[in-house]
Design a protein around this ligand. Structure first.
Ligand SMILES: [Zn+2]
Length: 112
């Protein structure tokens, strides 16, 4: 059971979120798809460490992002760290909404 407001998960039997005083739901509604908004690439890198830093910076700033090509990165991430290079994988592009472009570019400028 989940609180639709704070997204906190509760054990079976709890009917209401004590923090938000709203009824819990079986499943959270899916996150709105970021792909539908106007996305622009603000960073492109083949280095998973750079992508990781970029993501934590954007998360810290509350900027929503979409990482293109990241599925493969995740798949190989565990084996990759340390070697730092995997010729099978292409670059990952960090994309943000056009509204967040300037702020994201400013935040990530040191990573380029
Ligand atoms: Zn709640």
């Amino acid at each position: 059971m989940f609180c639709p407001k704070c997204k906190y998960e509760y054990v079976e039997g709890v009917k209401e979120c004590p923090d938000c005083q709203v009824a819990l739901v079986e499943e959270l509604p899916p996150e709105p798809e970021l792909e539908y908004v106007d996305l622009v690439t603000v960073l492109k890198s083949e280095n998973p460490a750079v992508i990781m830093i970029a993501k934590s910076i954007l998360e810290g700033a509350g900027i929503r992002y979409f990482a293109k090509g990241e599925r493969l990165q995740d798949l190989f991430a565990l084996g990759r760290f340390g070697s730092g290079f995997n010729p099978l994988l292409g670059p990952v592009e960090i994309r943000v909404s056009r509204d967040d472009k300037e702020m994201a570019e400013e935040l990530l400028k040191d990573l380029k």
